[in-house]
Write a protein that binds this ligand. Sequence first.
Ligand code: SF4
Length: 64
Amino acid sequence: MQADKILKINHDICLKCGGCIAAYPDIFEFDENQKVLIKKKAQVNPEDLPKVKEICPVAAIIDN
Ligand code: SF4
């Protein structure tokens, strides 16, 4: 599934730690202001969603 259809970032609590980008560089990236974005056209297997969301220490990766 297209990742940006099912995931989003809660920028109010994101620490900009980069953990999600380090773990899943195919899905997440920083923009020029170190704001985490979900890459356009990134794909994620719905079965992997809990694992992907768990990487964030503050639960800023949430369902879209
Ligand atoms: S792991 Fe969480 S807190 Fe860290 S950059 Fe990603 S979304 Fe933000």
